[in-house]
Design a protein around this ligand. Structure first.
Ligand SMILES: Nc1ncnc2c1ncn2[C@@H]1O[C@H](COP(=O)(O)OP(=O)(O)OP(=O)(O)O)[C@@H](O)[C@H]1O
Length: 223
């Protein structure tokens, strides 16, 4: 269970003026295996919200809880929280260019080496990238790079997956395969937060929230 309570955040615009991004924002993902889509205009703060949930942004007011316990803002504690519980599919993939695809996926793994390598290969297969293990990120298409980022986030089978536009570079069939993979993980109890501009992706989630006027508002489920 992951919750945000009374979150406030102010950013500084490039011209030096302050802008309130979040004001008394609340969020709760309670049921095991549940998923929520976060929609909102460009610049409304969706990525910032995911970064707070991931423990990557600690400069905010309010409380971030995991299973009821308030998270410390110490860098080491946040890093441990991320490693132990969170899989983050970032908007720009953030692959390491001097490492192979397999090595990039292993960056997301924890546990015994041989088991990790096997699971990394399994997840590459699940995202349709068997045979890509030794390639470098620079030779991948955008959609292939995105699928490597997905495999990296999922390989540790985290309790919570945070996904920033996770299928933005994918064709419909590949997107469907990724959404099916997400559903399989949800069936095992994994919780998902997906930032998306796509109604199709939002429809796959159990609930939809709109980030507007500095806070989250529930939306009726699209048909
Ligand atoms: N560290 C920062 N310092 C200053 N401004 C920031 C910082 N991080 C984000 N911003 C600004 O905060 C606003 C929200 O950014 P964010 O990336 O969260 O939006 P978004 O809703 O995810 O947008 P998009 O849909 O375009 O990806 C933007 O105007 C961005 O320029």
């Amino acid at each position: 269970m992951i919750t945000l309570e009374h979150i406030g955040k102010t950013i500084t615009e490039p011209n030096g003026t302050a802008r309130v991004l979040f004001e008394d924002l609340s969020f709760a993902l309670v049921e095991p295996g549940s998923s929520v889509a976060v929609l909102g205009r460009s610049g409304s703060g969706k990525t910032t919200l995911l970064r707070i949930l991931a423990g990557l942004d600690t400069r905010f007011e309010g409380t971030h809880r995991y299973h009821g316990a308030a998270l410390s803002r110490r860098y080491e504690d946040m890093a441990r929280h991320r490693r132990d519980h969170i899989g983050f599919i970032t908007q720009h993939y953030d692959l390491l260019g001097d490492r192979s695809v397999l090595s990039n996926v292993l960056m997301g793994a924890r546990g015994r080496r041989s088991a990790e390598r096997r699971r990394a290969s399994e997840y590459l297969e699940l995202v349709g990238l068997t045979g890509f293990e030794r390639k470098r990120p620079s030779v991948l298409s955008g959609g292939e790079a995105q699928r490597v980022a997905i495999a990296r986030a999922l390989v540790s089978e985290p309790a919570v997956i945070l996904a920033d536009e996770p299928t933005g570079a994918l064709d419909e069939d590949t997107e469907e395969a990724v959404l099916t993979l997400f559903r399989t993980l949800q069936d095992r109890g994994c919780q998902l937060v997906i930032v998306t501009h796509s109604e199709r992706v939002a429809r796959h989630c159990d609930a939809q929230l709109l980030l507007t006027d500095r806070a989250l508002t529930p939306l009726p489920t699209p048909r």
